[in-house]
Design a binder for this molecule. Structure first.
Ligand code: NDP
Ligand code: HSE
Length: 440
C-alpha cells in the first residue's frame, strides 16, 4: 500500500506540534491508518530557528509555494495563520487537487464560504477541526455525532488565552498584562493578541460552529462581539461576592428563522459547570432536540492539544485517500445546496440579567435618580450595593437586575451617563443565571 505524503506550511507553535506527533507517533499512526503518513516537506520562513525536532535532509524549505506545487504531496497542512498568504496557498493547493487541513479560524470565518465552494468544486476535502476549541472534537461532534438533532443552543468558552487571563486575574491576582504575556510566551495567543482579548477569535469560532449547527452560511459580521480588555479586577471581585465568575462566553440560540449570536464577558454562577473551566481549558454545551445537553471539554489552545486535532483531520483524509473517497461528510455538515442565509438577531433584541457598576458622587438622591431612570425603562432592580468610598469622592454603586431588554438597558444607560452625579462611564456585564434557563 502506498505512503501518504504530507506538506506542512508553517512550523511555529502548532506546526511544530504536528511535526512532532507525525514523527514521534509515526508507528502508532501507521498502525491505525494502515500505511505510513510521511512528513515529506516542511516550509517556514526561518530555516535556522531551533524547534526541538530534527528533520531529514531536504525536508525543510523556506518556499511554501514549492511545497504546495510538489506533485508528490497528497495533503497540505496549513499552519501559518492569518488572512494573507495562507489563503493563496490553500487555494493553490485546492487547485492542484490536494487535500487540505487547517487550524486557521480567522480565514475560515472570514472567507470560508468561498474556500469550501472551491474545495467542493474541485472534489477535495478541506478539514478544520483545530480551528475551534483546540483539541476538543467540536466540529466532528456537530458534523457527525449530532446529525440527527436540531441544534437548539450552544454556550461555551472558546478562547484559551482569555480564559487563562481571567483565571489568572481571578485566582492568582495577576494583572491583565502579566497574564497576557504568559499566554503569549506559552504559545496560546494569536500572533496579534487583540484578536483574542477583544473577542474576535472567539467570534471566528462561533461563526464556524453556527454554520455547522444551523445549516447557515458562515456569517461573522453580524455576531455581537465584546472582549475582556475592559474587565477590571474590581468587577471580578464584586462578581465573586455575588457568587459569579466572569467568563468570555459564546452564546448562540436557534430561534427558527433567526439565530442569536453573541460573544461577551458574562457572569455565571459558581455552581455552573462552565464556571469551573479554567486556564486554557475550553468547554461548550450543545443542546439538541434528541440528545438533550452535552458538554465537551479540553485544552482550547497550545502546541500538542491543537496538533492532536490537526492529526485527527489528517488521518480522516488519509483514510479517504486510501478508500478512494472524498466529501463523504459535507464540509459544512449540510449539503451545499441546503445551506441558507439565516439572519442573526440584533443584540438589542436579547433579554438577560445585568450587572451595572456606576461610579457616582457620594451624595443624597443619587440612587433614586439612577433607579428612577432604570424603572422608566422597564428595568427591575434585583439588588443594590454601595461598595465603600473611593478617594476621589465617587463611590461604586453596583446593581443587579432581573431579566431586562438590552435595547431598554442601552437607552437607560445613555440617560444615566448624562447625570451630573456620574463620575465615570457605567460598567455593564451581562449575567446568565439559572432562571435564564440556558446554562446547564
Ligand atoms: P505561529 O505564529 O506560532 O506559527 C506560524 C508559523 O508560520 C511561524 O513560524 C511563521 O514564521 C511561519 N510563517 C509565516 N509566514 C510564512 C510563510 N509565508 N511560509 C512559511 N511559513 C510562514 O502560529 P500558531 O502555530 O500559534 O498558529 C498557527 C495557526 O493555528 C493559526 O491559524 C492559529 O490561529 C491556529 N491555532 C493556534 C492555536 C494555538 O494554540 N497557538 C490553537 C488553535 C489554532 P514567523 O514566526 O517567522 O513569522
Ligand atoms: N488564540 C487561541 C486561543 C488559540 O487562545 O484560544 C486557539 O484557537
Amino acid at each position: 500500500m502506498r505512503e501518504i505524503n504530507i506538506g506542512l506550511l508553517g512550523c511555529g507553535t502548532v506546526g511544530t506540534g504536528v511535526a512532532k506527533i507525525l514523527i514521534e507517533n509515526r508507528e502508532l499512526i501507521r498502525s491505525r491508518v494502515g500505511t505510513p503518513l510521511v512528513l515529506k516537506r516542511v516550509a517556514d520562513i526561518d530555516l535556522n530557528k531551533e524547534r526541538g525536532i530534527s528533520f531529514d535532509e531536504g525536508v525543510f524549505t523556506s518556499d511554501a509555494q514549492k511545497v504546495v506545487d510538489d506533485p508528490e504531496i497528497d495533503i497540505i497542512i496549513e499552519m501559518i495563520g492569518g488572512n494573507g498568504i495562507s489563503k493563496d496557498l490553500i487555494l493553490r493547493a485546492i487547485k492542484n487537487g490536494k487535500q487540505v487541513v487547517t487550524a486557521n479560524k480567522a480565514l475560515i470565518a472570514g472567507q470560508g464560504n468561498a474556500l469550501f465552494k472551491a474545495a467542493a468544486d474541485k472534489g477535495v476535502d478541506l478539514a478544520y477541526e483545530a480551528s475551534v476549541g483546540g483539541c476538543i472534537p467540536i466540529i466532528k461532534t456537530l458534523r457527525e455525532s449530532l446529525v440527527g438533532n436540531h441544534i437548539k443552543s450552544m454556550t461555551g468558552i472558546l478562547n484559551g488565552t482569555c480564559n487563562y487571563i481571567l483565571s489568572k486575574i481571578t485566582d492568582d491576582g495577576s494583572t491583565f498584562e502579566e497574564a497576557l504575556s504568559e499566554a503569549q510566551a506559552r504559545g496560546y495567543a494569536e500572533a496579534d493578541p487583540t484578536l483574542d482579548v477583544e473577542g474576535f477569535d472567539t467570534a471566528h469560532k462561533l461563526a464556524i460552529i453556527m454554520s455547522l449547527a444551523y445549516g447557515m452560511e458562515i456569517n461573522l459580521k453580524d455576531i455581537y462581539i465584546e472582549g475582556i480588555s475592559k474587565i477590571s479586577p474590581m468587577d471580578i471581585e464584586f462578581a465573586g461576592q455575588f457568587g459569579y465568575r466572569i467568563k468570555l462566553l459564546v452564546i448562540s440560540k436557534n430561534k427558527g428563522d433567526r439565530v442569536e449570536a453573541r460573544v461577551h464577558p458574562t457572569m455565571i454562577p459558581f455552581d455552573n459547570l462552565l464556571s469551573n473551566v479554567n486556564g486554557t481549558l475550553n468547554a461548550i454545551t450543545i443542546s439538541g432536540d434528541a440528545v438533550g445537553d452535552i458538554l465537551l471539554y479540553g485544552h482550547g489552545a497550545g502546541m500538542l492539544p491543537t496538533a492532536s486535532a490537526v492529526i485527527s483531520d489528517t488521518v480522516d483524509i488519509a483514510r479517504n485517500i486510501l478508500t478512494g473517497t472524498h466529501g463523504r461528510i459535507p464540509l459544512l455538515s449540510y449539503q451545499m445546496e441546503n445551506i441558507k442565509k439565516i439572519p442573526v438577531m440584533p443584540v438589542d433584541e436579547i433579554s438577560t440579567h445585568y450587572y451595572f457598576r456606576f461610579s457616582a458622587a457620594d451624595r443624597p438622591g443619587v440612587l433614586s435618580k439612577v433607579s428612577g431612570i432604570l424603572g422608566n425603562h422597564d428595568i427591575s432592580i434585583k439588588s443594590v450595593h454601595q461598595k465603600g468610598r473611593k478617594s476621589n469622592g465617587s463611590v461604586p454603586i453596583v446593581m443587579l437586575t432581573h431579566i431586562a431588554k438590552e435595547a431598554n438597558v442601552q437607552k437607560a444607560l445613555t440617560k444615566i451617563v448624562c447625570l451630573d452625579v456620574m463620575c465615570d462611564r457605567p460598567v455593564l456585564i451581562r449575567i446568565e443565571d439559572e432562571d435564564g434557563q440556558d446554562l446547564i
